[in-house]
Design a protein around this ligand. Structure first.
Ligand SMILES: [Zn+2]
Length: 338
């Protein structure tokens, strides 16, 4: 099912339908032939994001929809993917589509990439539930092991789906001279460029927050939300960076120009390095997916728990989903830092 804005002229509607149909068929072939995965039933919404999210919110089988929580490509709002059944057998993809009928090659290329990236998310989530690697349904919890596991999954997923999308589009998007260009070249900016600001929010951001808590200027709940919540966000961001590095044949940014950043040296370098070095496949067919994802989790989750301990937070998960004990100690900082 495809939902398009009402104001499009019929020729544009036809062009968008054709292009969407063929590229969704391509993703169906990837799912069925490479991943042995039945293709989910998809609704593709090409309306304005806020309009689409408002319409879909009551039907989403998952965490409540936050209208600001959308995918960005090089800082531009791109799309969002949501489950309509809690096993991801049915899903909605919101992706800007009017540009698919445009003569502007850059806008058209971005719209195609966004569509395939979001459809890719539905395939990975479906792989997760069908293989047993991921829980069916939404079960919120404060447990540190689950939060660390979520960070690993988000740390893999953007990388996975952008790899899928760029493979599917290899050679399709070209510059004015007819030479293939990658998405980072097309948008003229990268996640990697913005990574310095993200790393600054980790260090000094996290140890400063711990110090504020210890000086009674911040609540424990706010400290938990900042460090644990941002860990998931930072891993998602690093995942986008890793996908870009692959598209541009560059090395992983934390071992390149950001290797000496205190956030890398003190906290993120070990867990992210373990994720990048894990030799399990990034994508695998349904029958192998749980083992592959399990290998990443067993390598990286303990390193995230250790990273939080270095920041000053030691967690003990309790019996109930919201039962969590947090012990706070002085954060590990550079010896030279005050
Ligand atoms: Zn994404």
């Amino acid at each position: 099912m495809l939902v398009l804005p009402g104001e499009l002229v019929p020729a544009d509607v036809e062009a968008i339908r054709q292009l969407t149909f063929w590229y969704v068929q391509l993703m169906r072939a990837v799912a069925e032939e490479s991943l042995d995965l039945p293709f989910p039933r998809l609704e593709i919404w090409m309306l304005d994001l806020t309009e689409a999210l408002t319409a879909l919110a009551p039907r989403v089988a998952g965490p409540p929809i936050a209208p600001g929580d959308v995918e960005r490509v090089g800082g531009q709002v791109a799309g969002k993917t949501m489950p309509l059944e809690d096993d991801w057998s049915r899903a909605a993809v919101v992706s800007p589509g009017a540009a698919l009928a445009s003569d502007d090659g850059r806008a058209k290329g971005l719209a195609l990439f966004s569509l395939l990236h979001e459809v890719g998310h539905t395939l990975v989530e479906r792989l997760g539930t069908l293989s047993g690697a991921r829980e069916i349904g939404w079960h919120p919890t404060a447990h540190s092991l689950r939060k660390a596991g979520n960070a690993v999954r988000h740390g893999l997923d953007e990388w996975r789906v952008s790899s899928m999308a760029s493979t599917a589009l290899r050679g399709v998007i070209t510059n004015g001279d007819g030479q293939p260009v990658s998405i980072p070249e097309l948008v003229g900016g990268t996640y990697r460029d913005a990574l310095g600001g993200v790393l600054d929010s980790v260090c000094p951001g996290w140890p400063d927050a711990v110090t504020r808590y210890r000086n009674h200027r911040m609540s424990l709940g706010d400290l938990y939300a900042q460090v644990v919540g941002e860990t998931v966000g930072v891993f998602t961001f690093l995942s986008h960076c890793e996908a870009e590095a692959a598209m541009l044949a560059q090395s992983t940014p934390l071992r390149d120009e950001y290797a000496q950043h205190p956030a890398t040296r003190l906290y993120l370098g070990e867990p992210w390095g373990a994720l990048v070095d894990c030799d399990a496949p990034l994508l695998a067919p349904v029958c192998e997916f749980a083992d592959a994802e399990g290998a990443y989790l067993s390598e990286v989750v303990p390193k995230i728990i250790e990273m939080w301990r270095r920041v000053g937070l030691t967690f003990t998960d309790g019996p109930g989903p919201e039962d969590l004990r947090i012990d706070v100690a002085a954060p590990l900082r550079d010896a030279a830092a005050p």
